[in-house]
Write a protein that binds this ligand. Structure first.
Ligand code: MGD
Ligand code: MGD
Ligand code: SF4
Ligand code: MO
Length: 918
């Protein structure tokens, strides 16, 4: 058995994985013979993984893998031809329209080496800074805030702070689902050290449910909350004036402004959307505890006031002297596996490599290092402006790499149109099926996770080697290699890299040079400049700054520990927010605030997780979660289909976007939908078609999280599911969602006219019948080919619940006498939603088990001595649910609690009946 260490392909926790093979010949090993576990030696996860990480090997069996470069016509071409074509088109465009007519749009899922080469190509040789990344949609507000305060994009703390904190505040972060391994570490610390966990989120999320205190703030009120906190701490003489005087600037201005808020706590509480008691309780945590850690994510970043809000949080910690000290301060949770690495090499259009800006000395250093006469002389276009420029026709050639902007950028229909109209679009992908890939003039096959090789940096600045362990599929190539080919074809020197190690060495060398000329910079890889290929291959997870090779393997590093910062004066800067009355949200009568984010089991636009049956089962169709009172307001019912209308999109589409789910955890003013859906999986496309592209003025990050929309019911005459063969462009279909099962794919479908539903795939030979099953009138159509079932369609006027996997099992088999009976049994069985992705445990199983535990307790101890916690524990021990990666613990508990409550009602009923009889 041999083992290779690598890193997880998903979130910014940056877990290490160990892949093992029984075969010595890795290159030719069959993926099904490999095993993957958490790397017990990796400092980020110590062997733990979440449900997505555990299924990394399943992600490799994609239905469609891109293997060769392809033209829009579908004709495959050779790499040599493809790179010549791209080089020619880019050169011609620049010659005719200037350097700013071209752009690259990258991703936090690329490796540092890919990112470095892309930036060198664009900023050094194409002479434009039009190279931006999806990190703009993700981390840029945190980046801008840290730059403003600390002088550099540097997260001061590390994961070890979790164990040192007395209070941990998660703000705008659903960490239980989005950074599950870190959340389990927080829960363990909470248990061991009685750490107080506070969650600040308008929604009672799975994370909030496991907290000691949940502050359900109004959307965007976080800015007032933290700015008011600064005033409160000053009012109550809690600040560290010595630290403020010695190490900071700008305090007087900000504190005066903050005290205007704290002067009237009752008014402030109202603005924040909490009670005065809740507000004071929260503020007192800062006066009663020394070690308070605040970690933020997209609920803060994806807002038009994201940078000011982050600065308001940092201001409080700064004024308490809580920077670079164990267990306290501000921590930015990174989204993607290498969003941090991208920022290091200058992936954002607004910075240069190694955290440099565009000042003359910084540009000269870079030009000198790359041996070019000059580099791009000013900031380039950030994501939203970049695609606006594509739409306006000023950018005429764009290369998109490792991201799916047609789904993930706001106002996504406009993005799709812009790319469709753009004269030259190159997309580097692992799958030809993404919505963006379908618009490419040239589609390039990239090596994906498991094939590619390089480095990534996680939330706490740890660089980990991502190692390839299987042979590259077809002619897929590393992204850095593809850029180098095009650069060389354009006649540029400096792209003769032989492997990822050679790229990394150059990057580390640049870092050493930057550190030498600008010693106040914190970012430092100079200790890695002289790595040999084999040292690079063996590189241990290492946290930067790394000034010497002796530091390889270092962990638990904090920066700014001596109160010296990367600003010109060496002092940290307090930042006064522009306007604390500003909110991220817009509302008007009849609208709700649309909140969007992540589901527990899916990754982004689902290109890598949508085909994994066990990850698709928990949320088979797009859903929109609404508070029961909001349903009444819109006259919609649970299970009905709706679409949205917003200021940007006056919706003329007849397609349904999502199914309504009642949720008491959502505030009344809000609708919540995930960001994951796209045209690849759902006819209704995704949520971003209804969001406009307003941005934070400092960071230019889109304010995704809270925009006003109107909910519009979509009337369906017939809806249901089709198994087996399916015609996606059938007449009159207005709802269509593809779901992968373990044995194939089924489609959830809907029709606004009943005749279209009946006509769908109907042939003169179809077997047709209608029946009452489970109190519902269902219309079944079964198509046969040579006595073998090739399609089964089940429709009804309302939603049909089916046991999906057993239904799909009829496909491809002959029918017998019991066919209809067996089929009705599966319709009768319904479809119990999956609760735990790791164990495959459904709601029905939890219900059965908790009911059994209930009966046991009543039998042994009587109705007066029921203990829910004991029953829950027994249920989990018996089924295993919620015990593996832990990210569904709150859902398991909620589900068990609901059925326990039901059992209690019955017991009371029985009790009263007995009484009555007596
Ligand atoms: N399962 C899963 N995990 C992931 C990802 C994934 O796709 N799937 N993606 C990764 C990436 S790239 C990222 S960036 C992270 C994102 O990780 P998170 O930021 O944790 O995830 P989100 O669901 O986008 O949003 C977090 C929370 O912000 C809340 N929120 C909305 N508006 C406000 C507000 O005004 N104030 C406050 N305080 N909260 C608000 C939402 O209700 C939501 O619960 O997740 C990473 N991890
Ligand atoms: N409404 C709303 N919109 C959002 C968000 C939100 O919360 N709400 N969140 C935003 C955030 S934080 C993020 S990070 C973005 C994410 O949005 P995207 O970056 O658009 O999402 P992904 O699905 O991760 O896209 C990555 C693409 O790269 C491909 N790929 C995978 N590996 C490789 C590789 O090695 N090389 C290449 N060349 N391609 C590869 C995948 O198949 C996939 O198509 O979405 C943003 N959009
Ligand atoms: S928490 Fe899960 S998704 Fe994130 S890096 Fe670890 S295993 Fe991967
Ligand atoms: Mo992200």
């Amino acid at each position: 058995m041999s083992t290779i260490q690598s890193s997880c392909a998903y979130c910014g926790v940056g877990c290490g994985v160990s892949v093992s093979s029984t075969q010595a010949d890795w290159e030719n090993a069959d993926v099904s013979t490999l095993t993957l576990t958490g790397d017990s030696q990796h400092p980020a996860n110590h062997g733990h993984l979440c449900a997505k990480g555990e299924r990394l090997l399943d992600s490799l069996s994609q239905p469609n893998v891109l293997r060769y470069p392809v033209l829009r016509s579908g004709i495959p071409i050779a790499w040599d031809e493809a790179s010549s074509l791209i080089a020619d088109k880019f050169a011609q465009t620049i010659a005719k329209y200037g350097p700013n007519s071209v752009a690259l749009y990258l991703s936090g899922q690329l490796l540092t080496e890919d990112y470095y080469v892309a930036n060198k190509f664009v900023k050094g040789y194409l002479k434009t800074a039009n190279v931006d990344t999806n990190s703009r949609l993700c981390m840029s507000s945190a980046v801008s805030a840290m730059q403003r305060t600390f002088g550099e994009d540097v997260v001061p703390g590390c994961y070890d702070d979790i164990e040192h904190a007395e209070v941990i505040i998660l703000i705008g972060a659903n960490t239980a689902w989005t950074h599950p391994v870190l959340f389990q570490r927080i829960l363990a610390a909470k248990k061991a050290n009685q750490t107080t966990l506070v969650v600040i989120d308008p929604v009672a999320t799975a994370t909030a449910k496991q907290a000691d205190i949940h502050l359900a703030v109004a959307p965007g009120a976080d800015l007032a909350l933290f700015h008011g906190l600064l005033g409160y701490l000053a009012d109550n003489k809690q600040l560290d004036h010595e630290y403020i005087a010695t190490n900071t600037q700008g305090f007087e201005e900000v504190v005066g402004d903050a005290q205007l808020l704290s002067a009237d706590v009752a008014k402030l509480a109202k603005q924040v959307g909490v009670t005065e008691a809740e507000l004071t309780q929260f503020y007192q945590l800062f006066t009663q505890n020394r070690n308070v850690l605040t970690a933020s994510c997209q609920g803060i970043n994806q807002s038009v006031i994201g940078t000011d809000t982050t600065n308001a949080i940092i201001n409080c910690h700064l004024a308490l002297g809580h920077v670079g000290r164990a267990g306290s301060g501000f921590f930015s949770l990174t989204g993607q596996p290498n969003a941090m690495g991208g920022r290091e090499v200058g992936g954002l259009a607004t910075q240069l490599a190694c955290h440099m800006g565009f000042s003359a000395p910084e540009r000269e250093l870079l030009a000198d290092f790359w041996q070019v006469d000059h580099v791009a002389d000013k900031k380039g276009l950030a994501a939203v402006d970049m695609f606006d420029a594509v739409a306006q026709g000023t950018i005429k050639a764009i290369w998109i790499m490792g991201t799916n902007p047609v789904v993930s950028l706001p106002n996504s229909n406009k993005i799709a149109q812009a790319l469709a109209d753009c004269p030259f679009v190159v997309v580097s992908e692992i799958s030809p099926d993404s919505d963006t890939a379908k618009l490419a003039d040239v589609l390039l096959p990239a090596q994906g996770w498991s094939e590619k090789c390089g480095t990534v940096t996680n939330s706490e600045r740890t660089i980990t080697r991502q190692r390839g362990f299987i042979a590259a599929k077809g002619q897929s190539k590393p992204d850095w290699w593809a850029i180098s080919q095009v650069a060389q074809k354009m006649g540029f020197n400096g792209f003769e890299f032989t492997n990822s190690a050679s790229v990394f060495r150059e990057f580390a060398g640049l870092s050493a040079k930057v550190k030498q000329v600008f010693p106040s910079k914190i970012f430092d890889l100079s200790g890695l400049t002289n790595l040999s290929d084999s040292e690079y291959n063996d590189l241990l997870p290492t946290q930067w700054p790394i000034a010497s090779a002796d530091q390889i393997g270092q962990q638990g590093v904090r920066v700014f520990t001596h109160g010296v910062f990367a600003t010109p004066t060496g002092k940290a800067q307090f930042v006064t927010p522009a306007d604390t009355n500003m909110s991220n949200s817009t509302t008007s009568t009849g609208t709700v605030i649309l909140n969007s984010g992540r589901s527990r089991d899916q990754w982004h636009t689902m290109t890598r997780t949508g085909h994994i049956a066990s990850l698709r089962a928990s949320i088979p169709e797009p859903i929109i979660q609404l508070h029961p009172e909001t349903l009444a307001q819109y006259s919609v019912k649970e299970g009905e289909l709706v679409t949205l209308e917003s200021d940007v999109q006056h919706n003329t589409s007849q397609f349904a976007l999502a199914r309504v789910v009642i949720d008491q955890d959502i505030p009344k003013s809000m609708a919540l939908m995930s960001m994951h859906w796209s045209e690849q999986f759902s006819l209704g496309k995704g949520v971003n078609q209804y969001l406009d592209n307003r941005v934070d003025p400092v960071s230019l990050q889109p304010g995704f999280k809270s925009q006003a929309v109107v909910i519009k019911p979509v009337e369906l005459a017939l809806q249901g599911i089709v198994f087996g063969s399916h015609d996606p462009s059938a007449q009159g279909m207005c709802w269509q969602v593809a779901q992968t099962l373990t044995t194939g794919v089924c489609h959830h479908i809907g029709f606004s006219r009943a005749e279209d539903g009946f006509a769908y795939q109907s042939t003169p030979h179809s077997l047709l019948w209608s029946a009452n099953v489970n109190g519902q009138r269902v219309h079944v159509q079964c198509n046969m080919e040579k006595d073998i079932v090739c399609a089964i369609k089940v429709l009804s006027t309302t939603r049909v619940h089916l046991a999906l996997e057993p239904m799909n099992a009829f496909i491809g088999k002959p029918i017998d006498k019991t066919f209809i009976k067996k089929l009705h049994q599966q319709i009768n069985a319904g479809n119990s939603p999956l609760i735990c992705a790791c164990t495959g445990v459904t709601e029905a199983q939890i219900a059965n088990q908790i009911n059994a535990e209930f009966d046991q307790q009543v039998f042994h101890h009587g109705k007066q001595h029921l203990q829910f916690d004991k029953a829950l524990d027994a249920t989990q021990s018996s089924l295993g649910c919620g015990r593996q990666c832990g990210s569904c613990q709150s859902e398991v508990k909620q589900c068990a609690q609901a059925h326990w409550q039901q059992a209690l009602t019955y017991v009371d009923l029985e009790y009263s009946t007995e009484e009555d009889v007596a």
